[in-house]
Write a protein that binds this ligand. Sequence first.
Ligand SMILES: [Fe+2]
Ligand SMILES: [Fe+2]
Length: 296
Amino acid sequence: MTSMPRQHITQKKIAEHVQRLGELYPPIPLDSVDRTIKRPGLVAKKFGHVIDYLARVELEVDRNVLELLVLLPDADETNKTFYADVWQPQEIQHGLILDRLQQDLGRAPAKPHLDVSFPIRILGALAHLKPIQDIARLMYFLTGASTERQAVLAYNHINRGMQHLDETAISETIITPIKQQEPGHFAFYQMSATAMIQDKVLRPWQLFLTRVMREKSYHLVGTNQMKNFKADMGAVIVDLGLDRDLEGYAREVGRVENRLLWAHKQGMEFPPYILKALRESVDLYRERLERGLKLA
Ligand SMILES: [Fe+2]
Ligand SMILES: [Fe+2]
């Protein structure tokens, strides 16, 4: 496969991207939503769980901001503008809108998990050392790219599903506006990570350590390294039909990281730990289903 020649990503380009996102996409107001649901029972049955999951993850943006402050004590102006003026205000609205939708569907409100985990605190304590700070920054951008890509894919699938169910109001006034904001987030993380590699910010030992840490700590969006959430994510994967081609999904989610961290592994399509995480989630969900069947 030949890859397209890539443009050099300058800090100026990233700053302009952030500014454009802020101008193009103000946070979605709650009252812009048309709350008509034609068949709430059917929507809840098909997508209730997926909406619960996404509402929780979007509402956890406030924890993500805390993590970021811990991990990147020296964030520059562009990063600060992105998370404070663009990303957090957009994501929190996604969460509030989806949380209200799930309640309109008769489901319980989301319970976001807002504690910063212990490993992040440790890494944060070390991040005051410049070489570790650079590693933490690359890890943060790679996590962001992977997470936002998963969001883009999930919203694409849900939107098709809602259109299929003829739930026009949900599709046009909830999912479509949310879906429009996610690719810009993905692009920010993707550009930021790419710039760090292009500019050779990290020495070989730092890149080596980043690879090891990605292998050890990679997790899917919203699983927070917890078994229960991993099984929930497995249910999302199955409900969206993504389990039919887990490798294709791993390729989509892992493209950026494969190109930036693993280019020396000729012919590898995605980092193996991504497929492993996907399989683990699906397996945990199936085990839970079986346990449920046994109890019933
Ligand atoms: Fe979002
Ligand atoms: Fe996002």
